[in-house]
Design a protein around this ligand. Sequence first.
Ligand code: G1P
Length: 276
Amino acid sequence: MKAVIPAAGLGTRFLPIAKAVPKEMLPLGDKPVIHYVVAEAAAAGFDEILIILSKGKECIMQYFTPNPDLESHLEAAGKQAALEEVRRVSAMARIEYAYQEKMRGLGDAVKIGREFIGDDPVFAVLLGDTVMQHSSPLDRMASAWKTLSKPSVCLEPCPEERVSRYGVAGGREIGEGLFDLTELVEKPAVSKAPRLESRNGSPLPYHAFAARYLFTPEIFDCLENTPAGFAGEIQLTDAMEQLRQKTGMLGVTWPGKRLDIGSPAGLIEAAQALGI
Ligand code: G1P
């Protein structure tokens, strides 16, 4: 199965280092953040991957592309363990690359994947700056697709003071950790933020989109029809709301935790959480 990993953002919260090192290439131990994202996708069966880059982020490509000179050097030096480690990086998935020319938002970046996805019935989107602790939600999302044939977004509880930083979901619980969504809003004011309801109708804490999505290719038509939204950008959330109206959209929670490495504090927290 296929996945799209948007990794084109400027990393403004990581300046000045993001001038030269993409935030997705910052280290968690001896591997860059995006290594964990590709490994997560591949482990869930999404091993044909399109990474969306922007100019200056070519070292992401370099990281995943085999390096015959390095490999023969390691071989000649008898550094077998390092050689195997290096080869494993390129063997995880079949990866292609495309460029986002202008920073028009996450929706615009995902739209670039249209040709790559082609007629596949379903595909995943994993944000390149987010690593999952404990487990990936992708297996649950894929099994929800198998039983209900609906696209989905991964959800995580969000404290009220952070609601205006994320996409936020409203909807009704239809199964353990499974929600039929009724409203999707990008970075709402608290007063406008939708809520989830439990099966007995009681309100649950706010839930934000947690960087993993499972879409049908109909999302691309929705993206074509999406005008600039929050911050003047093409918002993926706005296209998802259109898709929800056409086919329905599920929200899926999972027993893991989202580690957002988009800021220095987030990267340190992620390293601690992963015990690196
Ligand atoms: C993006 C999405 C948002 C989502 C967030 C974390 O926002 O637009 O809906 O909740 O990622 O997954 P960003 O962090 O790029 O502003």
